[in-house]
Every structure is written in C-alpha cells, then in structure tokens.
Design a protein around this ligand. Structure first.
Ligand code: HEC
Length: 117
C-alpha cells in the first residue's frame, strides 16, 4: 500500500509541474496561428510603415494613403519592387515609397494584419 502511494508521487509531481508550465506560457503561444500572424504583421507594420502611413491603416498617414484591405498582390508589388499589380489604379500618383525588399518574409503577416476585421 505504502509502496503504491510512493510510486504515484513522481507521477503526481510530473502532472503538477506540467500544469505549471502551460500556465506560465505567454499569451502569444496560446493564440491561434492566425492571431499570431496578425500580431506579427502589426509589429512589422508599426516598425516599418508608420513613418509614412498612419498607425491606424484605415486612415491617411503623414505621407502614405490608407492601406487597410490591401491585397497580397498589391503588398508584394509595392514592398518588393515599389510597383503596382498590372491594371491596379494607385491611390496616389506619386512614387515616394521606396521598395522594402528585406520584408519579403513578412508579406503574409502584413497582409493578415491589414485585412484583419
Ligand atoms: C517613406 C515613406 C513610406 C514608407 C516607409 C512606406 N510607405 Fe507605403 N506608400 C508611401 C507613399 C507616399 C505612397 C503613395 C504612392 C507613392 O508615392 O509611392 C505609398 C503607397 C503604398 C501602397 C499603395 C496604396 C494604394 O492602394 O495605392 C501600399 C499598399 C503601401 N504603401 C504599403 C506600405 C507598407 C505595408 C509599408 C511598410 C512595410 C509601407 N507602405 C511603407 C509611403 C511610404
């Protein structure tokens, strides 16, 4: 009997420590993959775009227009090559925005953020 009790102690410890670990994990790891992508997109947007575009992408910025709802094609063309998809009518005639090709791996995240409800 005592042996049985003792032998269950490690198991109990393992169970409780397991619970502790998951309780201590950050909010981000609990969020859905989609929510995590949106959060990453928001961070990329705030640090790379808001010098010109408004912090709220639905509004006009100091230099750039509103960009909420941008398609992945538009974001890819603009960010990688400072171009527009064929047939797209730009919101502005200017060509002030530089290409930001170092963000090539962040386009999915930006797209998720800029199209989040
Ligand atoms: C140096 C200022 C600047 C930065 C930084 C910048 N933009 Fe722009 N952006 C502009 C301006 C100005 C325009 C209007 C067209 C032009 O002059 O190039 C524009 C146009 C756009 C357009 C096209 C809008 C349309 O529908 O015609 C998109 C999309 C866009 N920017 C997204 C972004 C994103 C996303 C970032 C960050 C990764 C970013 N921009 C960073 C200045 C900037």
């Amino acid at each position: 009997m005592i042996f049985k009790l003792l032998s269950s102690v490690p198991l109990l410890l393992a169970l409780t420590s397991c619970r502790c670990q998951s309780g201590g994990s950050s909010e981000a790891s609990k969020a859905s993959p989609e929510a995590q992508l949106i959060a990453r997109g928001r961070a990329v947007y705030v640090s790379n775009c808001t010098a010109c575009h408004a912090t709220n992408p639905k509004l006009h910025g100091s230099q750039g227009p509103d960009v909420y709802g941008s398609s992945k094609e538009l974001l890819t063309a603009r960010i990688l090559e400072a171009k527009y998809p064929e047939g797209y009518k730009p919101k502005r005639e200017s060509a002030a925005m530089p290409a930001l090709p170092h963000l090539k791996n962040d386009i999915d995240a930006l797209h998720a953020y800029l199209n989040a409800p």
